[in-house]
Design a protein around this ligand. Structure first.
Ligand code: PLP
Length: 405
C-alpha cells in the first residue's frame, strides 16, 4: 500500500492555502490535481522535443511521433485493449461520446431506431444522443433506478425492442457514486446483438478497467479526471466497430489520399483524429497513467473505499443529513443535503474553511428530477485524500449547519 502522506508531496497544489487555511480538495470528480511528473512532462516536451507529429522526416518530429504513439500503447495497456489502433485520442469524454453518437447514428441508425441510456447519465451522454435524435429521428429510452440509486435490471431488459441499436451508460455515477454492473448490462445487450458504450469518466481514476474482460464495444474517458492534463481524452472502440463507423471530422491526418473527386481515409485510429493531435497532452496523460499504475489501481481503490466508508459514517451522524446514493457497489463520491440548508450556502461556507466541494446539479438534471431535488453538495475523493480531510469535512458541515440554522 502506498504512503498517502508521501504521495501528497507529488502534488504541489495540495500544500497551498485558501483564505489562510490548508486546502482540503474534495472536488476530484470534477477534475483531479496533477502530480509533478505530469506537469514536468508538458514542460520538458515543449522545451526539448516539440514538433508536429507523423508527417516530418526530421529528428524532432520523429521523436515527438514516437512519444505520441508510445502514449497510445500506454493507454492500450492501461485498459487492456487488444490493439493500439483501437485507441483514439479525443479532447475528452464529451468529445468521445459525441464522436460515437454522430458516427454511429449516421451509419447504423434510421428514424425510429432506439438508444438506451440511464436515468443517472451525465448530460454529455444524454445531449449527444438528443442531437442525433433531432437530426435523425432516433428515440432515447431510459433505464430507471431504485431509491438506493441502483439501475433496475429487469426494467432494462424490457427496454430492448427490434429497434434497439446501442446502449450508452455510465460505469460510475458522478452524483451517486453507484458502480453500475456494466459487465452484466453488456452481457444482456449482447444477447440482443446490441453494442454498448461505457462512459468511464468516473471509473478510470478509481478502479482497474479491462475493456476486453468487460466486453465493452466503446469505452470513453477524460485525461484530466485521472491526474492527466485537460484537453485530452480517449475513445476505445473495438476494431470491428471503429472500422464500420465513418469519420467524425475531416482534415489533415485522417486521410490517405485527397482529390477533388474522391478522398480515401486513413487507417485506424487516424481516421478519427483529424488535425494536429494534442501530442503534448498524450505524453502527459501516459505519465499520469504510469503514475497511478505504479501506485497500483487496486490500492487506490482500497484507499478510496476506506475514505468513503468513513465519510459516510461521519456524515450520517450529523442531524438532518440526507445522503443521495446508497448503492451496494459504490465509488468515492458522496452527495448530500442537510435539512434546512441550501446546498449553495453549504458549499460557500465550506469554501471559506478551505474545503472545496461542488454544489448544484452536477450536469445530471434528469437525475436531480428523479431524486426530487434541484441540487446537492458533492464531496469526491482521490488517491491523495486523507482521513483527517474527511474529519475536516464533517466538522465543517457541522459548523456550517450551526451558522445557517
Ligand atoms: N461523464 C461523466 C460521468 C462525468 O462525470 C463527466 C464529467 O464530470 C463527463 C462525462 C464529461 O467529462 P468531460 O467534461 O471531461 O468531457
Amino acid at each position: 500500500m502506498y504512503d498517502t502522506v508521501k504521495t501528497r508531496e507529488d502534488f504541489p497544489i495540495l500544500s497551498r492555502t485558501v483564505y489562510g487555511r490548508p486546502l482540503v480538495y474534495l472536488d476530484n470528480a470534477a477534475t483531479t490535481q496533477k502530480p509533478r511528473c505530469v506537469v514536468e512532462s508538458i514542460v520538458n516536451e515543449y522545451y526539448s522535443v516539440n514538433a508536429n507529429v507523423h508527417r516530418g522526416v526530421h529528428f524532432l518530429s520523429q521523436q515527438a511521433t514516437e512519444l505520441h504513439e508510445n502514449s497510445r500503447e500506454t493507454v492500450r495497456r492501461f485498459i487492456n485493449a487488444r490493439s493500439a489502433s483501437e485507441i483514439v485520442f479525443t479532447r475528452g469524454t464529451t468529445e468521445s461520446v459525441n464522436l460515437v453518437a454522430s458516427s454511429f447514428a449516421d451509419s447504423q441508425m434510421q428514424a425510429g431506431d432506439e438508444v438506451i441510456v440511464s436515468v443517472m447519465e451525465h448530460h454529455s451522454n444524454i445531449v449527444s444522443w438528443q442531437l442525433q435524435a433531432a437530426r435523425k429521428g432516433i428515440v432515447l429510452k431510459v433505464i430507471p433506478m431504485n431509491d438506493q440509486g441502483e439501475l433496475l435490471l429487469d426494467e432494462y431488459e424490457k427496454l430492448f425492442t427490434p429497434r434497439t441499436r446501442i446502449v450508452s451508460v455510465a460505469h460510475v455515477s458522478n452524483v451517486l457514486g453507484t458502480v453500475n454492473p456494466v459487465a452484466e448490462l453488456i452481457r444482456i445487450a449482447h444477447a440482443h446483438d446490441v453494442p454498448v458504450l461505457i462512459d468511464g469518466a468516473q471509473s478510470i481514476p478509481h478502479t482497474p478497467v479491462d475493456v476486453q474482460a468487460l466486453g465493452a464495444d466503446f469505452y470513453v474517458f477524460s485525461g484530466h479526471k485521472v491526474y492527466g492534463p485537460t484537453g485530452i481524452g480517449v475513445l476505445y472502440g473495438r476494431e470491428e466497430w471503429l472500422d464500420r463507423l465513418p469519420p467524425y471530422q475531416g482534415g489533415g491526418e485522417m486521410i490517405k489520399n485527397v482529390s477533388f473527386e474522391k478522398t480515401t481515409f486513413n487507417e485506424l485510429p487516424f481516421k478519427f483524429e483529424a488535425g494536429t493531435p494534442d501530442y503534448i497532452g498524450s505524453t502527459a496523460l501516459a505519465r499520469a497513467l504510469d503514475y497511478v499504475s505504479a501506485l497500483g489501481m487496486e490500492d487506490i481503490e482500497r484507499h478510496e473505499r476506506g475514505l468513503t466508508l468513513y465519510a459516510l459514517s461521519r456524515l450520517k451522524s450529523i442531524p438532518g443529513m440526507r445522503i443521495f446514493g446508497e448503492a451496494e457497489h459504490r465509488s468515492g463520491v458522496v452527495s448530500f443535503l442537510v435539512d434546512g440548508v441550501h446546498p449553495l450556502d453549504m458549499g460557500t461556507l465550506l469554501d471559506r474553511m478551505g474545503i472545496a466541494v461542488r454544489t448544484g446539479h452536477h450536469c445530471a438534471e434528469p437525475l436531480m428530477r428523479r431524486m426530487g431535488v434541484e441540487g446537492t453538495v458533492r464531496a469526491s475523493f482521490a488517491l491523495y485524500n486523507t482521513m483527517s480531510e474527511v474529519d475536516a469535512l464533517a466538522e465543517g458541515i457541522e459548523r456550517a449547519c450551526k451558522m445557517l440554522r
